[in-house]
Design a protein around this ligand. Structure first.
Ligand code: NAD
Length: 259
């Protein structure tokens, strides 16, 4: 792959697994320096960054910061030394009826999935403005555009991420900085993969049937999106082809939101 992002530093929040790690992988493959993040500080977190850096021949670091805490979000950008590309990806989920939804779960989902992106964006923008170039890529979801029952906090947070992306895009339009939201449907991450055996047992179905008839009921393609597809979309949003793509959403949902 051509190293189109050489000289750019990317910070990807929540990137020691799943989509965040896939996006970091794609940006590193395109030549970007990458900063991985999560709230843990284990040897394996730092090893992940070391391995990624060595494989792609780029500088790669892991910085611990808890995206549920505003001060940590801002410190992440500061410790990284600023960034040219900011990917707000950290996210959690909890499912319950709205009148039974635990307040602490609501607060955590709003903090990690939405408010963290406010703090990191606020911290990263001055540096991007000074350079006259920046890319902010927010991981929203099909649930940023449509709803499902029992996911009130997640749907509210992801709709908020789409709104924040549009607002930031307008504030920096014409300054070489873009801000967009990627809206995946179900992506086959280790987290989703781990649910398949239980679903097979619960529904007494084989793997292919449970994926098609239960898990991907709302995804017309009946196929998972992949972390590589999300990573490729992030690289596209950082490319010159996307210079005028800002304040919008890109769905990777097999047709879910066309229904
Ligand atoms: P995941 O659980 O594999 O990844 C979530 C990441 O966030 C992990 O690296 C985790 O360590 C990190 N994280 C959690 N709490 C944190 C905190 N307090 N501070 C810092 N990091 C924290 O899940 P994923 O499926 O890769 O999801 C990544 C993003 O993509 C999320 O925002 C999610 O809502 C979104 N998304 C996922 C799917 C899907 O089907 N997997 C679909 C649409 C959107």
């Amino acid at each position: 792959m051509t190293k189109t992002l050489a000289g750019k530093r990317a910070v990807i929040t929540g990137s020691n697994s799943g989509i965040g790690l896939g996006v970091a992988e794609a940006l590193a493959a395109a030549g970007a320096e990458v900063v991985l993040n999560s709230f843990t500080d284990r040897p394996e977190d730092h090893a992940l960054a070391k391995d990624l850096g060595e494989r792609h021949g780029v500088v790669a670091r892991y910085i611990t910061a808890d995206m549920s805490k505003g001060a940590d979000c801002r410190a992440l950008i500061e410790k990284a030394g600023g960034c040219d590309i900011l990917v707000n990806n950290a996210g959690i989920q909890f499912v319950a009826p709205v009148d039974e939804f635990p307040v602490e779960k609501w607060d955590a989902i709003l903090a990690i999935n939405l408010t963290s992106a406010f703090h990191t964006t606020a911290a990263a923008l001055p540096g991007m403005k000074a350079k006259g170039w920046g890319r902010i890529v927010n991981l929203a979801s099909a649930h940023g555009l449509t709803a499902s029952p029992y996911k009130s906090a997640y749907v509210a947070a992801k709709h908020g991420v789409v709104g924040l992306s549009k607002t930031v895009a307008l504030e920096v339009a014409g300054q070489g900085i873009t801000c967009n939201a990627i809206c995946p449907g179900y992506v086959l991450t280790p987290l989703v993969e781990a649910q398949i055996p239980d679903q097979m047992k619960a529904h007494k179905m084989d793997r292919e049937t449970v994926i098609r008839e239960v898990m991907l009921l709302r995804q017309p393609s009946r196929q998972f999106a992949t972390v590589e597809q999300v990573g490729g979309t992030a690289v596209y949003l950082c490319s010159p082809a996307a210079d005028q793509v800002t304040g919008t959403t890109i769905s990777i949902d097999g047709g879910w939101t066309a229904l």
